[in-house]
Design a protein around this ligand. Structure first.
Ligand code: AHR
Length: 509
């Protein structure tokens, strides 16, 4: 009780002092990096209903589909402009044998998905189905190879099958209906090899990594970007060991960070205001984690040859009541949207080193973009944030200085009470993504530009009447973007109000 009073009084003090936020936008700052489109990447694992039902229903399904891919999801993914899609796992990757997923579907073996609920995996979605999906939605494939239970030969042949122009693997691919090789840039050499990918130590994995990476060859004109399995959360020793022993053999190092309390995940929809702040303050810690891992990488690689890839992130709550605990199906509320906005505003700060981020996962699993129920589909609040923030993809970063207050969560974590990022696109338009995490207080924002005199402002806002509002099947969307018209231009300054728990993306010309 004492703790709660302390928490509430801190919020009150902070709120009173910080009713107004100032954002200085340095739109002409020199030497800014491009914000990689891949920071808005996605992840799709053979887990629960992500692949099967979520993406793939098969050509014979009564659910409307295009070559087996459900049409509604395909259209939603095209609109999202997914830059990169990671597959087939996750933990599934280190038990996946790619040859099970090629050739006539009726001949493919049926296996047990040991990681995720013991579901039967019929392998009807395999290499062709994944790479063709990427082509259809215009996403770059990011393939995770099996190191935990697969051989070097198996991985080498998979790379050859996907990318070689000649040889037996290319012939086999042609027999299976695809003559031209695919372009596959990103290759993950194992996943979570400190855990479900083989329970290895950092030292042992770094040697194993080098052996596997050596035989993952570039075929024809295809050039692989090889990603070593990195740490989870604050395992700095893993990063140090990998950088020390294998930095010359990798193009990228991955890291995973979920917003979760493993002891008490809590409901995705049934939560109190304190839980909301606990989740947001936890997620904001990604800033410190990225900074610390990057500092270690800088020490070994000051030229920034090796990229950092946050290839799994997002919220992890209890599964929805009555669903398979191994399928990780959770609803998605305005709280998830705020988590997404805070993360997507942090990532560009590290664009010199952080080159990809993949939220977990695309459909029906964890913090999903899309949920399906038979033939029905909803777009989640997180989907809308990704669609709105997509304006930053491949745009030049514009630094912002935010002067705001702080919030203290019931766990004692401190976070800023405002979040912002900005970029300038190829056409010269400036985009600002802003989020007010305060649950019950609007904020007045003064945006001051270095030199720009805004002529035109347009934008969208995402908000709802409750923190736990979500989009449900068969109901009108409770969380959907609307035009934002509350910005007033005054010389080099823009004044706006962001309602409580709202997210705004502006275009300024
Ligand atoms: O995304 C769910 C799981 O979380 C992945 O399979 C694994 O890599 C991580 O532990």
């Amino acid at each position: 009780m004492k703790r709660l009073v302390f928490f509430l009084s801190l919020i009150a003090v902070s709120a009173a002092l910080q009713a107004q936020v100032k954002v200085s936008v340095h739109e002409n700052a020199p030497d800014q990096p491009v914000i990689p489109a891949e920071l808005f990447g996605q992840f799709s694992e053979h887990l629960g209903r992500c692949i099967y039902e979520g993406i793939w229903v098969g050509p014979e399904s009564p659910i409307p589909n295009e070559d087996g891919y459900r049409t509604d999801v395909l259209e939603a993914l095209k609109a999202l402009k997914v830059p990169v899609l990671r597959w087939p796992g996750g933990c599934f990757a280190d038990e996946y044998h790619w040859m099970d997923g090629i050739g006539p579907r009726e001949n493919r073996p049926k296996l047990v998905n040991n990681n995720w609920g013991g579901t039967v995996e019929d392998n009807s979605f395999g290499t062709h189905e994944f790479l063709n999906l990427c082509e259809k939605i215009g996403a770059q494939p990011y393939v995770s190879a099996n190191v935990g239970s697969g051989t070097v030969e198996e991985m080498a042949k998979w790379v050859e099958y996907m990318t070689a122009t000649n040889g037996s693997m290319a012939e086999l691919r042609a027999q299976n209906g695809r003559k031209e090789p695919w372009k596959v840039k990103y290759l993950g050499v194992g996943n979570e090899n400190w855990g479900c990918g083989g329970n290895m130590t950092a030292q042992y994995y770094s040697d194993v990594y080098k052996r596997y990476a050596l035989y993952a060859r570039n075929h024809g004109g295809n050039e692989l970007f090889k990603v070593a399995c990195g740490p989870s959360d604050d395992d700095y020793n893993w990063t140090r060991t990998l950088m020390q022993n294998a930095r010359w053999n990798m193009h990228g190092l991955s890291i995973h960070h979920y917003t979760v309390s493993w002891e008490n995940k809590g409901s995705a929809t049934d939560f109190a205001k304190e839980d909301y702040y606990v989740t947001l303050a936890r997620t904001a810690e990604i800033d410190e984690l990225l900074r610390n891992h990057i500092a270690i990488m800088d020490a070994f690689d000051p030229e920034r040859r090796v990229a950092l890839l946050l290839d799994e992130w997002g919220t992890w709550f209890d599964v929805e009541p009555g669903t398979n605990p191994g399928h990780l199906y959770q609803q998605n509320t305005l709280r998830d949207a705020m988590v997404a906005a805070i993360n997507l505003n942090i990532f560009p700060r590290y664009a010199e080193r952080l080159k990809m981020a993949n939220i977990a996962q695309l459909v029906n699993v964890l913090q999903a973009m899309i949920l399906t129920d038979g033939s029905r589909m909803v777009l989640t609040p997180t989907y809308h944030v990704f669609r709105m923030f997509g304006v930053h993809q491949n745009a030049l970063r514009v630094p912002v200085d935010v002067s705001c207050g702080t919030l203290v969560s019931a766990e004692g974590r401190i976070m800023e009470d405002f979040s912002a990022a900005a970029s300038r696109d190829a056409a010269g338009a400036l985009h600002l993504s802003l989020a007010n995490p305060r649950a019950d207080k609007a904020v007045t924002v003064e945006l001051a530009f270095d030199a720009l005199r805004p002529g035109q402002v347009s934008g969208e806002i995402l908000q709802a009447d409750r923190l736990n509002a979500y989009n449900d099947f068969g109901k009108a969307p409770a969380v959907a973007p609307k035009p934002y018209k509350d910005a007033k231009i005054s010389g080099k300054t823009l004044r706006l109000t962001l309602p409580a728990a709202s997210i705004v993306v502006l275009e300024v010309k």
